[in-house]
Design a protein around this ligand. Sequence first.
Ligand code: NAP
Length: 248
Amino acid sequence: MKILQDKTVIITGATRGIGKGIAELFADSGANVIFTYASSEEKAKAIEKDLKGRGVEAIAVKSNAADYHACEELVALALDKFETIDVVINNAGITRDGLLMRMTEENWDEVINTNLKSVFNMTKAVQRTMLKQRKGSIVNISSVVGVKGNAGQANYAASKAGINGFTKSVAQELGSRNIRCNAIAPGFIETEMTGALDEKVVQEWRDAIPLKRGGTPEDVANMALFLASDLSAYVTGQVVNVCGGMLT
Ligand code: NAP
């Protein structure tokens, strides 16, 4: 039997990068996957088809993670289709980088709403269901930047540090009902987004990492699989760095 056989998983933002990597590994591990996207309709449809080809149910939903009511509707749709929700992966995230001097209120609000409020939205939306089930795993995708800060990313670092505090608090509130809540803090993960960066700069980043390479979406997905599954039944309230040793 596969490790997530017949589990229902919701993943926010799975058309690219880390979210897509998690969706693929979870489907290969037997989970039915409901995933969201903001605007990449075509990619979402292609991924939905690919996941179904792996022998599981898959549903792509255009849903803004920053919108409280949209998250409630997403959970209602998932329940209508599958009856239980075993795992939520809060992955959707954006950057609007810039030094504080130049950072606008809009830059701040967009990042906080998409990265942090989204985690509140989804956790609130799924809480009642998981309480009734007396079981559930919530995995929030944070960042090493939320632990150590980063010049030019005050908004992003604040959103990720907020996720870490939220994760630990939810773990304490819901642990007695067997609902676990953990965060993953990825370091430098090479995705389509980082493919656009100057190769020389990227190589310097790789050289500064103890494991001498950037991470892959699969590296993060493997940790997400562990935290989603019963293998981590006694793990909650943790922020796990997946960073090749960058943050040591
Ligand atoms: P990415 O390639 O930019 O993908 C972001 C995904 O989120 C896309 O599927 C996007 O959908 C979706 N999304 C964006 N805004 C959304 C919204 N409001 N509602 C629903 N979905 C939304 O990002 P990534 O690099 O894989 O990063 C994924 C997560 O890991 C983020 O939380 C990020 O902060 C975190 N992280 C990444 C790194 C890294 O090095 N890559 C490091 C540390 C942490 P569309 O395609 O429709 O826009």
